[in-house]
Write a protein that binds this ligand. Structure first.
Ligand SMILES: [Fe+2]
Ligand SMILES: [Fe+2]
Length: 203
């Protein structure tokens, strides 16, 4: 099978990425949570808008490893989480309130996944949690912050924590969505068709 590194990537400038991110935020039904996520994104470190999802290029599909790829990854994670939410709701395993928490958590889960973090010291889940905790923008949203803090599951810096061992439903769904969104085998760009030629060249 040929390498998929030639897969088309989008090159969006900062403003376009911010606009795309805001479009996803619009899907959150609760006005309070919507405003919270908007305010967080206004305060997000500039690296969030500019960095590739993986600095080494080892862990993400190629469309995430361009400048701004971290935002693309966050959007993909939310899109996948949305599908998992639909599935869980169809089976009566999730309530309406959790839906917005999951949408917010998936969009914000890598808010501090930037190169200035010393991974060994605290890890980017914990860094994201602390960043949200210290932001003075109103609203506590502990359940959203937990999604950020524990999104790496057993790879988190505190694998022994109860929330890692026995995660809440929103945490679990954000973990699943992130795992799928960052896997090299599942390469996609939301709302962008992949050309037939490219599909043929891959399979
Ligand atoms: Fe992450
Ligand atoms: Fe992620």
């Amino acid at each position: 099978m040929p390498e998929v590194d030639e897969r088309k990537t989008v090159e969006l400038d900062n403003e376009e990425l911010k606009a795309k991110f805001s479009e996803e935020v619009e899907d959150i039904e609760s006005e309070e949570i919507r405003e919270y996520v908007e305010k967080v994104s206004e305060n997000a470190p500039k690296e969030f808008w500019e960095s590739p999802a993986s600095s080494s290029g080892k862990y993400h599909p190629p469309e995430d490893n361009v400048d701004g790829g971290l935002v693309i990854h966050s959007i993909k994670c939310k899109r996948i989480a949305e599908k998992l939410v639909e599935h869980e709701m169809d089976h009566g395993r999730l309530n309406e309130d959790d839906k917005d928490v999951i949408m917010a958590g998936s969009l914000l889960h890598d808010i501090k996944q930037t190169e200035d973090i010393d991974e060994k010291e605290i890890g980017h889940g914990e860094a994201g949690y602390r960043f949200l905790d210290e932001l003075d923008i109103g609203g506590k949203y502990e359940d959203i912050k937990k999604c950020v803090r524990y999104h790496m599951g057993k790879y988190s810096e505190k694998p022994e924590d109860e929330e890692v061992q026995d995660p809440s439903k929103p945490v679990e769904i954000v973990q699943y969505a992130d795992r799928v969104a960052s896997s090299k085998e599942i390469s996609f760009l939301p709302d962008i068709d992949v050309s037939k030629e490219l599909i043929k060249s891959v399979y």
